[in-house]
Design a protein around this ligand. Structure first.
Ligand code: SME
Length: 194
């Protein structure tokens, strides 16, 4: 490997100086690996969320309609995130969790009360990350192909939960702290409801 640098003093001609002509083999631990120079998977995921967030900020200005905004959020997330298998909202309606806008395979319309991951998000009022849904007591399997899940509650003005964003993946342990942080930020783009 050979790296070169253009050097030039003000007014002096610019010329090429070889700065590395390493005296070690390409597999040497001293050689900066190509991987460390390329974007890591985490950086790529962050950059993707950043783009989605910016796009959503613009799109959600087009209407104040709740259902339209929720539909826009799930459509964009679902189609831009390869690890999302089912992406949608469940809304609290008269004490029941009812399917709202979603993308992916057909899902349960009503979730059995106080059972499963979505209800856990409502009851705990905090994000639930489930690396393996088969180990989550009471998990409701709307589709047997789901293996991991993340649920983010949406809190109203009085801090009461009124909906959840639910994402399933076919991959085990698909959701990281990066997904959690960004999805929590994204749901805050939906105006809090009573
Ligand atoms: N698994 C969820 C049910 C909803 S689906 O994943 C779409 C739960 O346990 O609450």
């Amino acid at each position: 490997m050979e790296l070169a640098l253009f050097c030039g003093l003000e007014g002096a001609p610019t010329f090429l100086v070889p700065i590395i002509n390493p005296p070690f083999a390409d597999n040497s631990p001293h050689l900066p690996s190509l991987l460390s120079m390329a974007m890591t998977e985490k950086e790529k995921l962050n950059a993707r969320y950043e783009r989605i967030y910016t796009q959503l900020e613009g799109l959600l200005r087009n209407t104040g309609n709740l259902i339209s905004r929720m539909a826009t959020v799930v459509a964009l997330l679902h189609h831009k995130m390869p690890h999302f298998f089912w992406t949608g909202f469940y809304l609290l309606d008269k004490g029941e969790l009812i399917a709202g806008p979603y993308q992916g395979p057909l899902a349960c319309q009503v979730l059995e009360k106080n059972s499963g991951v979505c209800w856990a998000g409502i009851l705990r009022r905090s994000t639930i990350v489930v690396p393996d849904v088969h180990e989550f007591p009471g998990h409701i399997a709307c589709d047997s192909r789901s293996n991991s899940e993340i649920v983010i509650p949406l809190l109203g003005k009085n801090d009461q939960p009124w909906a959840v964003l639910d994402v399933d993946s076919q991959k085990r342990d698909a959701f990281s702290e990066i997904d959690k942080q960004w999805l929590e930020k994204i749901v805050r783009l939906i105006p809090p409801q009573e």
